[in-house]
Design a protein around this ligand. Structure first.
Ligand code: 8YV
Length: 307
């Protein structure tokens, strides 16, 4: 798949004149050629839109993000120029929460290793595989109890877990225990799941103190943004085996992630794919296109993010 699936690109190509920056060999030359005519940017969580780029697009009227996280878009710049930014909330929530649980189960129960144990004949040669770690009934801490964090909590209830969370402030009407920071939350849980939004306000929020406060044998899962975590501290905790397992969908340097992650048998990796089901990607594309259509028709935008 390119930057967007064909089921989005094809209808968009009928309505708009598309210029595909990610396919251009030279960004500078591309902007010099097309910049003056560009009226909208379609981007996604992992790519974004910088002030330097947008500064060269005098007619820019909208930035439509194919994804919920808009941390890679310079929203302060957009606000200054009055350019609306839209995203695709809600439609991906349940799939991202599913993958958080998938990664948790895969990492704790060593599902990839179990699969290999059967396929490579270890079962026949050596018998049972090494024992793994229970998930059911453990204490789960969620960093960021927004839409996705709440959907993770819903699943955790089904797994008989005691749930607590950290965030900017306690949420009203939430029965879970609140801690003011990941470092305060970490020592109280067996499983820490990062669901906080990315961006400057959460950069390094799960800091070295939080990673070091995790209990020996804890499990860490991240389905939000790599930037939220002190990644070298996480790698150290995994290297020393103080953390029993991790399930990671997001990293500092995507897609060329720290190679050490791939050397850890107790870590399950995914390529920033938590929203990656056909159903959700179709819904994300449809919502992104509705925002574009509304903008160009002068209608209110369905999911504009307020500056
Ligand atoms: C990506 C995401 O945008 O929604 C987000 O914030 O990170 C993802 O859904 C998705 O991979 C589309 O590229």
């Amino acid at each position: 798949m390119g930057v967007l699936p064909d089921w989005d690109l094809e209808p968009m190509a009928e309505r708009y004149t598309l210029r595909l920056l990610h396919e251009a060999p030279d960004e500078n030359a591309f902007i010099a050629e097309h910049g003056a005519a560009i009226r909208g940017i379609v981007t996604k969580g992992e790519i974004g839109a910088s002030a330097a780029l947008m500064d060269r697009l005098p007619q820019l009227g909208i930035v439509a993000c194919y994804g919920v996280g808009v941390d890679a878009i310079d929203r302060a710049y957009c606000a200054k120029r009055g350019i609306p930014v839209t995203n695709t909330p809600d439609v991906l929530t349940e799939d991202v929460a599913d993958l958080a649980f998938g990664l948790l189960l895969a990492a704790a129960r060593r599902i990839p290793a179990a699969d290999a144990w059967v396929r490579d004949g270890s079962w026949v040669r050596e018998g049972s595989m090494p024992l793994t770690t229970r998930v059911w009934g453990k204490r789960m801490g969620i960093v960021g109890l927004g839409r996705i964090g709440s959907a993770v909590a819903k699943r955790a209830k089904g797994f008989g877990m005691a749930i607590s969370y950290s965030g900017r402030s306690p949420k009203p009407d939430v029965p879970y225990t609140f801690y003011p920071s990941p470092a305060a939350l970490a020592p109280e849980v067996d499983i820490l799941v990062c669901c906080a939004m990315g961006g400057p306000t959460t950069q390094g929020l799960i800091d070295r103190a939080a990673i070091e406060a995790l209990r020996p044998g804890a499990i860490f899962v991240n389905v939000s943004r790599g930037s939220v975590v002190d990644e070298p501290a996480l790698v150290e905790a995994l290297r020393s085996r103080r953390i029993a397992a991790a399930g990671l969908d997001v990293f500092w340097n995507e897609p060329a992630i720290d190679a050490e992650f791939a050397s850890f048998p107790h870590v399950v990796l995914a390529p920033h794919a938590a929203s990656g089901t056909v159903e959700t990607r179709r819904a994300m594309g449809a919502l992104m296109q509705e925002n574009l259509a509304a903008h160009f028709a002068g209608r209110p935008l369905p999911t504009e993010i307020r500056p």
